[in-house]
Design a binder for this molecule. Structure first.
Ligand SMILES: C[S@@+](CC[C@H](N)C(=O)[O-])C[C@H]1O[C@@H](n2cnc3c(N)ncnc32)[C@H](O)[C@@H]1O
Length: 228
């Protein structure tokens, strides 16, 4: 999807983003419990990048568990960043927001943690392979990448079954599954976990792991070697 299309798409969703995700993404809220459990146990002043932060839904999880963290919220869409400010106003001393395209604008470095929630599938496969190197460089030694994303299974028939289950889920939530499915097919670039892990390793990451998966959604981590 082109950057302008992405902006237009998400600008419309900003105000009711989370309610919509609950209807479109299976176990969206349960995923947050898992993501929170993957964050370090001990609170300290972690430096965190929330990439494609949207309304700050993942940053909120970080602040609840690690309130001394400092977060950079990075997103293309102005309305999403406005929703972030509104949602996380009580932590305003502890975050800064950057509006930009993470493919072409500097994303910063020396992060302890990078969160990438439902955003990397906007990149084409070649952009993504390349971008994993940027993510690796932006972390400090021992840093952790946590990603949740849309994926596709390696096996064509499993993929079909999983898409059918996803559509059933959306329908059960009152959404129009064919509309969302065709948007997804037209605009997104989901990848297999095999490719995801291979490209992460090629970029230098170790300890790549999948912690949760349901249909065509997964939560994964990867680490930059060293002690945290
Ligand atoms: C589906 S929302 C994800 C929000 C949140 N991270 C989550 O896990 O629910 C995807 C966000 O990624 C942002 N985005 C997509 N491509 C981007 C890019 N190239 N640079 C910066 N932000 C981007 C969109 O503006 C949107 O707010």
């Amino acid at each position: 999807m082109e950057q302008d299309q992405i902006k237009q798409h998400f600008a419309k969703q900003a105000d009711e983003y989370e309610q919509l995700m609950v209807r479109l993404v299976p176990q969206y809220l349960e995923q947050h419990r898992i993501i929170q459990s993957l964050l370090p146990i001990q609170d300290r002043d972690y430096s965190v990048l929330d990439l494609g932060c949207g309304n700050g839904v993942l940053s909120e999880l970080v602040f609840r568990k690690l309130p001394h963290s400092h977060i950079v919220g990075f997103d293309l869409t102005e309305n999403m960043l406005k929703a972030f400010e509104k949602k996380l106003s009580k932590y305003s001393e502890r975050y800064e927001l950057k509006q930009g395209n993470y493919l072409s604008d500097p994303i910063g470095n020396q992060y302890d943690i990078i969160l990438a929630g439902l955003t990397l599938h906007h990149l084409t496969w070649s952009q993504r392979e390349q971008f994993y190197m940027t993510l690796f460089t932006s972390l400090r030694e021992g840093g952790l990448l946590i990603a949740r994303d849309i994926i596709i299974d390696e096996d064509e028939s499993v993929r079909r079954d999983q898409y059918a289950l996803w559509k059933e889920f959306m329908k059960s939530q009152g959404e129009d599954p064919e509309n969302w499915y065709s948007k997804h097919m037209e605009k997104d670039h989901p990848m297999t976990l095999s490719n995801h892990f291979e490209w992460l390793r090629n970029a230098g990451f170790t300890k790549v792991a999948c912690h949760w998966r349901l249909y065509n959604f997964a939560i994964t981590t990867a680490q930059k070697t060293g002690s945290f």
